[in-house]
Structure formats: structure tokens, C-alpha cells
Design a protein around this ligand. Structure first.
Ligand code: ACM
Length: 553
């Protein structure tokens, strides 16, 4: 009996501690963020206020403002007025137009690479900035709604606008010089004004994608850290702070690339904020891309964002190791030229980040059903949210394997595929699996040259058509081919081809940002052949070709 009572006691203890553990794992994270890039495109105050209202309504509590980048400096700094007099304006309204012109120097700027025609001034340029008074007003507005605004000032890279305004800070046209004391004095002055405007306990100083001055960054970041800590703040850096530099463990790491970095960062004593781009970057398509606003790329519907690999068990009490501070959605805005598109890309997808950050435990189905209702009520209230109730979803052809005569056939590549986009290797084009809306899904095979291959069906077959589907995504320079040709062959010798059938590109698609386009070669009569020579030629703009399957019928 005693033994029996003891067992019941032990079992009860287990259940109790498991429940406690569950509770611990699902309590709200401290940082439930949304990052908005106001550099690539500038959005007026009322647009930010509206996002703050929505954040407050749905459980997000931190607005990270990406205030500075090559495309524009967006915060008044009184000691350095040229940052906004010059750096807040550019000669082209949209990032795309500006980026296309950016690297070119005019006759008058030749020999002075710091000044490019990309930058102009308030009279002659497009852009804008927030005065310090406006930013204080925004901070107070956010505070009233339980939201902290955290500023980001990029250092040392992503700084073309800084170097354009103050060439003496530059190492080259894009990066601040990490060896000069004057650079740190500049940063100290800027950050002192920033610290005064934002009461948040953090300042983000970038640290990402620095391409030059290798080896200098760890020390440079420590010098900036001293400045930030001297202002009573903690410093946040992007995850290059961990992967490229042995960062001081007091630096908070914002993980934007490989999510596994988080565990290592925490082990090394860092606090971590998770926003791995493959899940948390909203400059991506949330539905069937054709008909959606142009995005940087990637297909990230609500269901995918919900699956962001964040181990909430890392969200422990502060210990001798670091901890998971939270989670964040990010919208970089190269392809977000208007407030309407900004809102559309954020909502309702940011709800998935809020849900995970709040540690709620409903199933995706329950969450989705709720989010459909939220998106609907947002739209009724005039918010330009995506119409989640009418979501199309994944590319239908990718959902189940397609049967055709070349399934399992051998492909001989006369021009190799690119090793970064090899997908399943030599069997990819005949495995029956079609690509999704994502070019890096391991189903699409990428070529940075014309395609030239021979398909070997293993035995002679009667073939009436060969169909190849190509992807076009303008952002990463993936283009449809100018033409696709198929030649039945009596043997594997491509010099023995007697007839060739060609399909030309539909040129009206040339500037469509995202397309999946089939090129179907119909033979005049059924061809009896084992071998087919297949080529796809690029247009004069070259770029990438992405192909998923050679469907033979
Ligand atoms: C980043 O996307 N470069 C942080």
C-alpha cells in the first residue's frame, strides 16, 4: 500500500512538473517585434502610427525602426545636418529606379566616387525624414500603446548615404572607416542624440554585410559597444556579430540567417532575438505570386511563418548563459514603394509572429481560423490586409508528383546546372516533382547559362509533346528563356539531329515580376525516339534560368 501511495505521489509530481515546464515554455516572450525599414522607402508618421495601433491590438510590443541605409537616412541629427539635408533625399522616387542608377557616376562626379547622382536634396529629391520632435511624438504614441520603439543606426556597412553626406567618415563609398578615431566620434555624437530621443533600453547598430576591412570588425564593434553602454543602453547587432566576429557576450544577437545560430549564441552567453529570414522576412510572397505585389522573393504564407523554428525552451530566466529575448517579423522595403503595400505585406502575417511570441498553444487550424476573422475585420476597418479568406495557396502542380514518359529518365547535361541550385542533382528534371513558389525549394534547378541537355528515355517511345516550365523572378535576376528547342534524335549524338521544334518566349511577360511559364513543344506528328536534345536560350539580359521538370507525353 505504501509503495502504491508513493507511486501515485511520484506520478503526481511528474505531472505537476511537466505542466510547469509547459507553462514555462509557453509564457510570452519579452520581445515580440516588428521591424520596418523606413530607409529603402520613407513612410509618413501616420502610417507608422497605424502599424503601432495594430501591433498593440494583436500582441506585438516592440517596433524596430531600420532608420538608416544606403537608400536614405531618416532621422534628424542636429550635429550632422547633411545626413538629412542630403542623405534623406534621392534622385529617384522608388528604390528600384534608384538602385538601377546608383552605381553610375556622372561627368561632374568622376574622380569623386563618394558623390553619386543617387543623392540629391530636399528641393530636387524624393524621400523624407523624421524630425527629432516627430520621433519623440511617435515614441510617446507607441508607449501609450505598450510598444517600445528601438532605433537602428547601421555601422559600418550599408552606409552609402552617410559617406555621401560626410565623405571623411568613409572607408569607401559604402562603409565607414573602422580605423579612424573620427568615425567613432561621429558615431558617438549620432548615438548620443539617438539615445536621447528613444527611451528604449536598446540601440541596434547593424554590423551586417560588411564586405571590406576584414578582421577589424570585432574591435570596431567593441568600440561602438562602449559608446552605447556609456549612454546606458544595450547594443543589438545582426548575427554577423557572432558568425564573423568573436563578439562580446553583452552584445545582443539578432539572428536573421541560420536559425541554429541562436543556440550557439545563447551558449556563448548572448541574449538573442530571432528573425530568421526564411520565415520572418515579409518582403516575400504570401500567396500565389502572380497577382501579388512584387516582393524580394520567396513564398512565405501565414502557415510557413507560423512554423518559424524558435525553441521557446531557450526563453529561460536570465542565467549565466544567454537567453532568448524574443522573436520578430521584419519588412525590408526595397519592393515596398507605398504605405498600402507595406500594410498588405505585414498583415495578417505578423499575427503569426505575435502568436508564437505570446507562447499561445492553439493548433495552426484554430489560429488560422482566428486570423481569417482578424484579416477580415482589418479590411472592413480600412486596413489594406491580405484577404486571407481567399488564399490560393501553394502551386498546385507541386502538390503531387506528375506522371509522364520521362519519369526516371537519364539526363546528360552538356551545360551543367549551378552548384548552388542543383536541387536533387542529375535526377531533378525527371523525378516527377514540380517546383513550388520558392526558387530555392530544392525542386527548381538553376542555370547561370543556356541549358543544353540530352534526355535519354532508356528505350524508344512514342512522344507527342515535351513541356518545360520556367520560373521568372525579376529581383534575383531569374528570367524566362528567349526560346526552348527540342530535337528528337536517332541516337545520343547531338550532331545527328535532323529536325528541331522551337517555342518562343511570350515577350509580354518580360517585365512581369513573378511568373511560372510552361513552354510546350508539340510535335507535328508523334515522334518515335529514345533521345531528345533540349536547349533553352537566355534573353540578352542573361541572368538565371530555373527549370523544374521535363514533362514528356
Ligand atoms: C539583413 O537582412 N541584412 C539583416
Amino acid at each position: 500500500m505504501k509503495k502504491y501511495i508513493l507511486s501515485i505521489f511520484v506520478l503526481a509530481l511528474c505531472i505537476f512538473s511537466c505542466t510547469q515546464a509547459d507553462k514555462k515554455e509557453t509564457r510570452p516572450m519579452e520581445w515580440r517585434g516588428l521591424m520596418i525599414d523606413v530607409s529603402r522607402h520613407f513612410y509618413p508618421m501616420d502610417v507608422l502610427k497605424r502599424q503601432i495601433d495594430l501591433m498593440g491590438n494583436y500582441g506585438l510590443n516592440t517596433l524596430h525602426l531600420h532608420l538608416t541605409d544606403a537608400a536614405g537616412w531618416r532621422l534628424e541629427i542636429r550635429k550632422y545636418p547633411r545626413l538629412t539635408d542630403l542623405g534623406a533625399w534621392r534622385t529617384y522616387q522608388t528604390w528600384k529606379e534608384w538602385w538601377a542608377q546608383r552605381p553610375r557616376a556622372t561627368e561632374e562626379t568622376k574622380g569623386n566616387e563618394w558623390f553619386t547622382p543617387a543623392f540629391s536634396d530636399a528641393q530636387n529629391g524624393f524621400g523624407g525624414f523624421y524630425t527629432q520632435d516627430e520621433m519623440r511624438e511617435l515614441v510617446a504614441y507607441a508607449q501609450e500603446r505598450g510598444i517600445t520603439i528601438v532605433p537602428e543606426i547601421e555601422f559600418p556597412a550599408h552606409s552609402e548615404e552617410v559617406v555621401a553626406a560626410y565623405p571623411w567618415v568613409g572607408y569607401n563609398h559604402a562603409e565607414m572607416d573602422m580605423t579612424k578615431d573620427s568615425t567613432y566620434m561621429f558615431m558617438a555624437d549620432v548615438l548620443a542624440e539617438v539615445a536621447e530621443i528613444f527611451p528604449a533600453p536598446y540601440i541596434h547598430v547593424g554590423g551586417d554585410e560588411s564586405a571590406t576591412q576584414k578582421g577589424l570588425q570585432p574591435e570596431a564593434m567593441r568600440r561602438i559597444q562602449k559608446i552605447v553602454e556609456g549612454l546606458g543602453k544595450r547594443m543589438i547587432v545582426w548575427d554577423e556579430g557572432l558568425t564573423d566576429n568573436p563578439a562580446d557576450s553583452a552584445q545582443i544577437i539578432m539572428v536573421w540567417r541560420n536559425p541554429d545560430t541562436a543556440t550557439e549564441a545563447i551558449r556563448l552567453g548572448h541574449d538573442v532575438i530571432m528573425c530568421p529570414s526564411n520565415w520572418c522576412y515579409l518582403d516575400s510572397y504570401q500567396d500565389r505570386p502572380m497577382g501579388q505585389p512584387e516582393a524580394m522573393g520567396g513564398y512565405r504564407p501565414l502557415s510557413h511563418i507560423y512554423e518559424v523554428p524558435v525553441d521557446s525552451a531557450l526563453c529561460a530566466e536570465a542565467t549565466s548563459t544567454g537567453r532568448l529575448l524574443g522573436i520578430q517579423a521584419c519588412i525590408f522595403t526595397e519592393y515596398v514603394p507605398t504605405p498600402e503595400i507595406l500594410e498588405y505585406q505585414i498583415w495578417p502575417r505578423a499575427l503569426a509572429i505575435a502568436e508564437r511570441g505570446l507562447g499561445r498553444t492553439r493548433s495552426y487550424e484554430e489560429f488560422h481560423q482566428w486570423a481569417v476573422g482578424v484579416a477580415d475585420s482589418m479590411r472592413k476597418a480600412g486596413v489594406n490586409a491580405f484577404d486571407l479568406a481567399n488564399e490560393y495557396g501553394q502551386r498546385r502542380e507541386s502538390l503531387q508528383p506528375v506522371g509522364h514518359l520521362a519519369r526516371g529518365a537519364k539526363v546528360v547535361y552538356n551545360n551543367p546546372y549551378n552548384s548552388f541550385y542543383k536541387a536533387g542533382g542529375d535526377s531533378t528534371l525527371t523525378d516527377g516533382v514540380c517546383g513550388t513558389w520558392n526558387n530555392n525549394d530544392q525542386c527548381w534547378q538553376g542555370f547561370i547559362r543556356d541549358i543544353d541537355l540530352v534526355l535519354d528515355l532508356g528505350q524508344e517511345r512514342e512522344v507527342s509533346s515535351v513541356e518545360l516550365s520556367f520560373l521568372q523572378i525579376l529581383g534575383p535576376e531569374i528570367y524566362l528563356p528567349a526560346e526552348v528547342s527540342v530535337s528528337p534524335m536517332p541516337n545520343a549524338d547531338v550532331t545527328k539531329v535532323s529536325e528541331t521544334f522551337t517555342v518562343l518566349m511570350d515577350v509580354t511577360l518580360a517585365d512581369v515580376p513573378f511568373v511560372v511559364q510552361p513552354y510546350k513543344v508539340n510535335f507535328d506528328v508523334v515522334k518515335k525516339s529514345r533521345y531528345f536534345h533540349i536547349t533553352a536560350k537566355r534573353t540578352p539580359r542573361r541572368g538565371w534560368l530555373f527549370l523544374d521538370e521535363v514533362v514528356v507525353r
